[in-house]
Design a protein around this ligand. Structure first.
Ligand code: ATP
Length: 291
């Protein structure tokens, strides 16, 4: 499957939220990374056909999307950022309702629901009301409902928002296990949620793709530029002001910093970059960089 985005523009009045975005998706997990306001939700909403683009074209397997809207929607699973669960429904009602909306046959809905609630570890609460679910359970219920029609294109907007670290990891593993032979697009500004499950990374800033590629090519932009050094708290304050510290951590009671050293100005041991270093490098001037 091939989903081509060509010169996509989205204006809200006079404000341009997406500015001539072009990208081709094939099967795999794609991380769409960028700070608040970068345009991630706008991009995903257009792909999910919930929002109309101002300009540009989306082509699925050689044919314009607008000419195959119904079949596209049948192969799409979209999990929005906000949990939009029907609190009074039981999980069973919810899954059946979404299956019906997708135009699935009753028997198919029953068998898919049975399979999916087991996969997301919610089979014990299949007949319980969603209002009694914890945040993590609701996210898993949303994921199961999103997968009911076995979508070939899966769009997940901040799928781990509000989850504790264990639940985040569980969610990441679930997404990875469902991703085979699909295009999976995950939008987030939390790098650690997608760092190890994604095959491709797309960095979005102010409506532009500023960097994209696989892990190796992305990390190349910081080759020889990340250094680790032991620092004091006072030095940390100084480096922080200079906006060069990607992260700090204690090892054997000593404080260390990962420094992004663009111009070879600082001493330290050159270390292998991580995606979170690249995110810091690209968005360090933004206030909400979350690694
Ligand atoms: N309906 C709208 N009307 C006007 N401006 C909008 C509208 N929706 C989004 N925007 C603006 O478009 C830009 C991109 O917003 P979008 O929600 O796509 O970003 P995002 O990367 O998903 O951010 P977040 O991580 O906060 O969800 C922002 O500046 C936002 O204020």
């Amino acid at each position: 499957m091939k989903l081509e985005i060509k010169q996509l523009v989205k204006n809200y009045g006079s404000f341009t939220a997406l500015d001539h975005i072009s990208y081709t998706f094939e099967n795999g997990i794609y991380a769409l990374l960028g700070p608040n306001g970068a345009g991630k939700s706008t991009f995903m909403n257009i792909l999910a056909m919930l929002l109309k683009e101002t300009q540009g074209e989306i082509i699925l397997d050689g044919k314009p999307l607008v000419k195959q809207k119904k079949s596209f929607l049948n192969m799409l699973g979209y999990m929005p950022q906000q949990q939009c669960l029907y609190e009074d429904f039981t999980l069973k009602d919810f899954m059946y309702y979404i299956g019906n909306l997708k135009g699935m046959k009753k028997q198919e809905i029953i068998s898919r629901s049975q399979y999916l609630v087991k996969e997301v570890k919610l089979e014990d609460v299949f007949y319980k009301k969603l209002s009694a679910f914890s945040g993590g359970m609701k996210q898993r219920a949303m994921l199961a409902a999103t997968l009911i029609n076995d979508p070939k294109i899966l769009i997940l907007d901040e799928p781990t928002a509000g989850l504790d670290p264990m639940k985040r990891m569980e969610m990441q593993n679930m997404i990875a296990s469902f991703a085979k032979d699909k295009i999976v697009l995950i939008a987030t500004h939390v790098v650690s949620d997608v760092e190890f499950i994604s095959s491709k990374f797309i960095f979005l800033k102010e409506g532009h793709i500023i960097l994209q590629g696989d892990r190796i090519s992305i990390l190349e932009c910081l080759d020889q530029k990340v250094k680790e050094r032991e620092i004091t708290i006072e030095e940390y304050q100084k480096y922080k002001q200079a906006n060069i510290v990607s992260s700090i951590y204690y090892r054997h009671d000593k404080l260390f910093a990962r420094i992004i050293d663009d111009h070879d100005e600082y001493s330290g041991e050159v270390i292998t970059p991580e995606i979170s270093d690249v995110y810091f490098y690209l968005f360090r001037d933004e206030k909400d960089a979350v690694l």
